[in-house]
Unconditional design. Structure first.
Length: 170
């Protein structure tokens, strides 16, 4: 149980940290901008070739909002993993935390796919790194939380005691 709880904490860190470096605005801040063909150029070249736009009309990509929303999933998921580690002997607590972990893992998958989304161009880093990472990390979180639920139910099953030959009592 404790190993699964620590793994969920590690996955929460992946869900919270990786998107902050793999969305399109993060690449612009790093000094590269992507062109329509997928090639990259330095920020000085991008500013020379880009048409002048007033500051009020700058559009923030959808992947930036999805990356920010992943923080809102990662923080409570990290708390769930820590509580699973602390309360690894309590059946009711593990049941609630397992269901919560499954819900947050599902949310980590749905944010960049169905709820907020990512950029349209398939060659953008949000579609090549951010979205697959959230699929894997969210899926592993759901699987581990389900494993915590199953292991908790198996461990909490009461053994059947036999009194005489053929008679059983609970």
């Amino acid at each position: 149980m404790k190993v699964m709880a620590l793994t969920i904490v590690a996955l929460a860190l992946v869900i919270g940290i990786v998107p902050q470096f793999t969305h399109c605005d993060a690449m612009k801040m790093a000094g590269t901008a992507s062109t329509a063909g997928g090639a990259t150029m330095s920020s000085s070249m991008a500013s020379m070739n880009a048409p002048a736009q007033p500051a009020a009309t700058i559009k923030v990509p959808k992947c930036t909002w999805a990356a920010r929303a992943e923080i809102a999933v990662a923080v409570p998921l990290c708390a769930v993993g820590i509580l699973m580690f602390v309360y690894s002997r309590r059946r009711d607590a593990l049941r609630v935390l397992g269901v919560s972990g499954m819900a947050m893992g599902t949310a980590a998958i749905l944010l960049p796919t169905a709820l907020i989304g990512t950029c349209v161009t398939s060659s953008m880093i949000c579609n090549t790194a951010f979205k697959p990472t959230m699929f894997v990390a969210g899926g592993l979180t759901v699987i581990l939380s389900l494993a915590v639920l199953v292991a908790n139910e198996i461990r909490s099953a009461e053994p059947v005691v036999t009194t005489r030959a053929g008679e059983m009592s609970a």
